[in-house]
Design a binder for this molecule. Structure first.
Ligand code: ME8
Length: 523
């Protein structure tokens, strides 16, 4: 049995939870895919992982959408949340929990954090007067809004309409936390990533913080404020608390509590303020440890435009999965978009990646080399002869992949992890072409065996490394190399676990078909 690399401790991470006021779009899929790749990478590296995703089901936006559709908020979220859950499954997401904020344990967590903030003297009753964007579920200061030529006032940052709101609310003493937040950003530079987001947040806080309205009385679709009839919690107080709920809060004896504080919140760039200002302030007030890192990824844009229903360019992730395949979609978004920046989606770009990187570079290499093994080596791993410099260089590049991947992953540079893997795939293709094993079959069969061995050993490393990104194809490649399920960890790459000469291999099968346009004429 293969020796197992040592366990490395825990790693917990979350996506944002999505508003189920409509069906999921490609932006939601992108976040799930990226977070899942990070979760899978850590499992692959021996961490015990807790990974959550889910839906954010309360608030005025949901209530208004339900009213517009002539249904109840409950019926709307039940139907829509199911679509998000289905999408996560279809994307091969390996989450441990899909949380819905309408679940009873979440009510208990939200009410418990509220009570702790109140008992700490940070919540008081007052009249709130200000601008509210239902679309963003966010309060804005006068200076953060502007009047458009159409006479409609909008939030400058998001261009969503705001409405004047005067209400007796509970307020959270956010103003008292500005210094502590600035100290946090200073002492823990990793707390917010990427750096541009950190600078934006710090400059926002440096301007001074106003107290935040944290309850609403004009509608009732929310978590009731404890001991305050008529008040429901501001949806963001409730929503952010989902991260505690999945860790078993408020029961600190719950085994899941070991996962708090989480290592990483993966969110989009538009909601960094909520996660890097409000959330740590709430936690400080409640006397709870802070998450270690908040990372705001960029937006996936449809040919450069923000997606919206009114622009008519919302891309249904289920259609993309059906058209291109799950692994293909996962690979495309993670490779194409530098993680943290914005990216573009287009049909041409995705088929370019599928056919060049997946079908040609990796798929063909595996298919050609494994078919030669099947035909010329009786379907067994050959015994390598003495290694040349070229053999050693390729094996060394493959062996170095886990170290490089860990370093890139520490910066959440997912695109670089993939770029590094494909550099080795490119090296392997050049090696294979230069060594011409198909000619060696007659002239020097032993050397042919060595070349095929070195290629297979490189594919073993590549197959192990790609699993977090393209889980189905990664597993299929490792199956073709005859690797047992317990020999597929990152720590198995390298000299100690080389393919065993003589081991028999299954019949080769293609792992990445080329994308052929459905209406293309038959070849
Ligand atoms: O913000 N590209 O929910 P949401 C990439 N419920 N990411 C995108 C995107 C795009 N085009 N559009 C949205 C919410 N996102 C709150 C979160 S967390 C306690 C509560 C990202 O459904 C967005 O940035 O509007 C967010 O991280 C996630 O999708 C859910 O967005």
């Amino acid at each position: 049995m293969t020796a197992q690399p040592p366990a490395k401790g825990r790693f917990s991470l979350t996506t944002a939870i999505s508003y189920p006021n409509g069906a999921p779009h490609i932006g939601h899929a992108y976040e799930v895919i990226a977070t899942d790749a990070i979760a899978r990478f850590h499992r692959l590296d021996g961490y015990e992982v807790l990974f959550s995703t889910g839906t954010d089901e309360h608030g005025l936006k949901i209530q208004q959408t339900a009213a517009r559709q002539g249904t109840t908020p409950r019926a709307l979220v039940d139907a829509m949340s199911e679509k998000f859950r289905h999408m996560a499954e279809a994307l091969n997401c390996s989450h441990d929990r899909f949380i819905r904020t309408t679940e009873p344990d979440h009510y208990a967590a939200a009410q418990a954090i509220w009570a702790r903030m109140r008992d700490n003297g940070d919540i008081y009753l007052s009249k709130y007067i200000g601008w509210y964007s239902v679309r963003d579920e966010a309060w804005y200061g006068e200076d953060e809004t502007e009047l458009g030529p159409d006479g409609i006032r909008r939030a400058k940052a998001t261009q969503t309409p705001v409405e004047w709101t005067e209400e007796e609310n509970y307020l959270f003493r956010l103003s008292a936390y500005a210094d502590r937040l600035l100290a946090l950003y200073e002492n823990q530079p990793d707390f917010i990533g990427p750096e541009t987001r950190r600078n934006e947040v710090a400059s926002f806080v440096r301007q001074g913080l106003k107290d935040l309205s944290v309850s609403r009385t004009t509608f009732d679709w929310g978590v009731p404020v404890p001991d305050a009839p008529g008040h429901v919690m501001y949806v963001w107080v409730d929503a952010l608390t989902n991260y505690l709920t999945v860790c078993g809060f408020p029961d600190e004896a719950d085994l899941r509590w070991r996962n708090w504080p989480v290592d990483l919140h993966v969110i989009g760039k538009d909601i960094v303020r909520f996660h890097a200002v409000y959330w740590p302030a709430f936690l400080m007030s409640a006397g709870l440890p802070l998450p270690k890192r908040v990372f705001g990824h960029g937006f996936l844009l449809s040919k450069g435009e923000k997606m919206s229903k009114s622009l008519g360019n919302v891309v249904d992730p289920m259609d993309l999965i059906a058209t291109y395949g799950v692994d293909q979609l996962r690979y495309f978004v993670l490779r194409e978009v530098p993680f943290g920046g914005d990216g573009n989606y287009s049909h041409e770009a995705i088929i370019g990646r599928i056919n060049a990187d997946l079908a040609n570079d990796l798929g063909n290499l595996a298919q050609r080399s494994l078919s030669m093994l099947a035909k010329n080596c009786e379907g067994r791993v050959p015994q390598p002869g003495p290694l040349t410099e070229a053999d050693r260089a390729l094996i060394a590049a493959a062996d170095a992949l886990p170290g490089r991947a860990r370093a890139a992953m520490a910066d959440l540079a997912l695109h670089n992890v993939l770029a590094d893997i494909w550099t080795v795939v490119g090296d392997a293709n050049r090696y294979f072409a230069a060594e011409e094993p198909w000619k060696l079959r007659k002239t020097d069969p032993e050397r042919m065996g060595t070349v095929l061995y070195v290629t297979a050993e490189t594919l073993r490393a590549v197959g192990i490394l790609v699993q977090p990104f393209v889980p189905t194809a990664g597993a299929a490649l490792l199956d073709l190399l005859g690797l047992s399920p317990e020999a597929r960890m990152l720590g198995h790459v390298g000299a100690e676990n080389r393919l065993a000469p003589g081991a028999s291999l299954p019949a080769p099968a293609p792992i990445f078909p080329r994308f052929v346009e459905p209406d293309a004429p038959a070849a």
